[in-house]
Design a protein around this ligand. Structure first.
Ligand code: FAD
Length: 515
């Protein structure tokens, strides 16, 4: 599942298999975990129980995703068209950023890559040379991507096995109604034998000697015992924090956003196959088009603006008719010191949160599940597995954190106190090194199994006007006339191919994916 791990069945003479897995919480995280666990770890002798409370409810605003979710769904045997229809979902080819580098700027961070490397030289280095030679006549980097060309025209094509280049270069994810996704997964999980218990957890029991959690207590004097607990209880972290006091690492000095107003509006016409993130004075606004409505929200920092002002900005900047009152969500940015502590694995919001600028939260859940599967413990739990898990999750969180911070740091805006703060703030050393590498020769190196690869860094750096001092000298080894001609052909090919694709709505309807 994008980790390069294979599932292995471990076990030695001194351990027994875990028989009772208890999932606390039935939001996106809980039902993703329940569906995946019941598909891969249900050998008839293991009981998987999920506890959720309708009275408490879910966050339910996770609507935009990144491409690895396709692997998750496909591992669960989910048909793409059925899933889109059930969740009123749409395709997503990337994110359009508005007002980030400067007010009035617009760029696209596409899924997939830019152009074709020539003779092993990365495309973006050839592009940087072209820009140095021909200035703006070389075009914008966004014109050299099949995903952005299709998005720019509101069109979509599936890069199926039969698709020819450049349609085969399209990479995509989904935008969907998170509540409907959780409901859809619940159906599958229950069919696969998951026991669902409705009720509010009011107490947690632990083993005095080991400190492990042994059971949760529900209203009405019910008790559910388990060996492995998956804490999907949302921001509060019922087990991982309330009971185990694991601790939270706060990252708000780099990412000061701590609130959001969410507001669904009516959609009209063919939905855009992309998410839009528009920067405002002390935050930014998402726009996520679904089949039946558009999801909107204003993420902001309460240190730099008031709730009333943030609400007004959102109401003034949405299209269509409001379908509800704006809903306020509060959050803290950072991660739990250990996502897996004792016999509790935190998934989803209970493990940490990074603002949804690059739509990564659902991916962090998926990745946590994949990692748990790769290290699935026997009883007693081997602390080395736990350490591996925590190391991997920390790396992933920090990678995503750095990439999100880049959007704020790499700005020329200084029109509000907020933008002056983020523009001048110290960033983590890992990111500072990255920016420095880029500024000198436009180089980007992928380390470990980083989620965001070179094309993503290139899209944001160039989209926000961070031009390197010079390109890599390798690019000068190719004939400049031949490169200019090849690039001109690529650009035209992307544009004209996109023109022949169906509109996004036509595609969804024809595929039987429209509800
Ligand atoms: P929740 O949805 O909060 O679910 C918690 C569950 O625990 C509920 O079922 C609740 O009933 C249960 N529970 C809690 N306490 C108890 C108790 N005492 N007893 C019994 N049950 C209990 N992610 C993306 O990938 N893309 C996005 O575009 C995106 N946008 C977002 C925008 C905002 C403003 C926010 C805040 C988040 C966004 N996310 C996004 C994140 C996404 O919403 C979450 O990652 C996802 O919904 C998972 O939530 P969860 O399941 O961890 O928690």
């Amino acid at each position: 599942w994008g980790l390069g791990y294979t599932l292995v069945n471990k076990g030695n003479g001194n351990t027994t298999r875990i028989r009772d897995v208890v999932i606390v919480g039935g939001g996106t995280a809980g039902w993703m975990a329940a569906t995946a666990l019941s598909r891969y770890f249900n050998d008839g002798q293991r009981q998987i129980t999920l506890i959720e409370s309708d009275a408490i409810g879910t966050v339910g605003v996770g609507e935009a995703t990144i491409p690895p979710i396709r692997e998750f769904n496909s591992m669960l045997g989910i048909s793409e068209n059925e899933f889109l229809s059930e969740t009123r979902g749409t395709f997503k080819l990337g994110i359009e950023f508005v007002n980030w580098g400067r007010k009035g700027d617009r760029y696209f961070h596409p899924f997939g890559f830019h152009g074709q490397d020539l003779h092993g030289i990365p495309f973006h280095q050839l592009y940087l040379r072209e820009r140095a030679l021909r200035g703006a006549a070389a075009g914008s980097i966004g014109e050299f991507s099949m995903s952005s060309a299709a998005a720019a025209q509101g069109r979509f094509g599936r890069p199926s096995a039969k698709a020819k280049p450049p349609v085969s270069e399209i990479r995509y994810a989904y935008q969907f109604d998170a509540n409907l996704y959780a409901a859809y997964l619940r159906k599958l999980a229950e069919q696969q034998g998951v026991r669902r218990i409705e009720g509010k957890i009011v107490g947690v029991r632990g083993d005095a000697e080991s400190g492990d959690v042994t059971a949760v207590e529900l209203e009405g004097e019910r008790t559910v015992e388990g060996q492995l607990f998956i804490d999907c209880s949302g921001f509060r972290g019922l087990l991982i924090e309330d009971s185990l006091e694991t601790g939270f690492e706060d990252w708000s000095r780099w990412l000061p956003m701590d609130r959001a107003f969410a507001l669904p509006t009516s959609g009209s016409g063919s939905p855009d196959p992309f998410t839009r993130a528009t920067a405002h004075d002390a935050g930014w606004q998402w726009r996520i088009p679904l089949q039946h409505r558009t999801g909107n929200g204003h993420v902001f920092s309460s240190a730099f603006t008031s709730e009333d002002a943030a609400r007004d900005i959102l109401l003034r900047n949405v299209e269509g008719e409001a379908l509800a009152e704006p809903r306020l969500l509060r959050f803290a940015t950072g991660m739990r010191r250990k996502a897996w502590n004792h016999n509790v694995v935190a998934l989803g919001l209970s493990s940490g949160f990074l603002e949804p600028l690059e739509s990564t939260s659902i991916h962090l859940i998926q990745n946590g599940i994949a990692r748990l599967f790769a290290l699935f413990p026997d009883w007693p739990i081997d602390p080395r597995d736990r350490d591996d898990y925590n190391r991997g999750m920390r790396e992933l969180y920090e990678d995503v954190r750095d990439f999100v911070i880049l959007h704020y740091k790499a700005t020329e805006r200084d029109d509000t106190e907020f933008w002056r703060y983020v523009r001048n703030m110290e960033v983590p050393e890992t990111l500072a090194k990255r920016i420095d590498q880029w500024q000198r020769r436009g180089r980007v190196f992928r380390e470990n199994a980083e989620l965001f690869t070179m094309p993503s860094w290139v899209a944001v750096m160039l989209g926000q006007n961070v031009w390197p001092e010079t390109h890599d000298p390798m690019a000068d080894t190719l004939d400049k006339h031949k490169v200019a001609m090849a690039m001109g052909q690529m650009r035209e090919n992307y544009r004209s191919t996109a023109e022949l694709l169906p509109t996004h709505e036509e595609f969804l309807r024809k595929a039987g994916a429209w509800h």
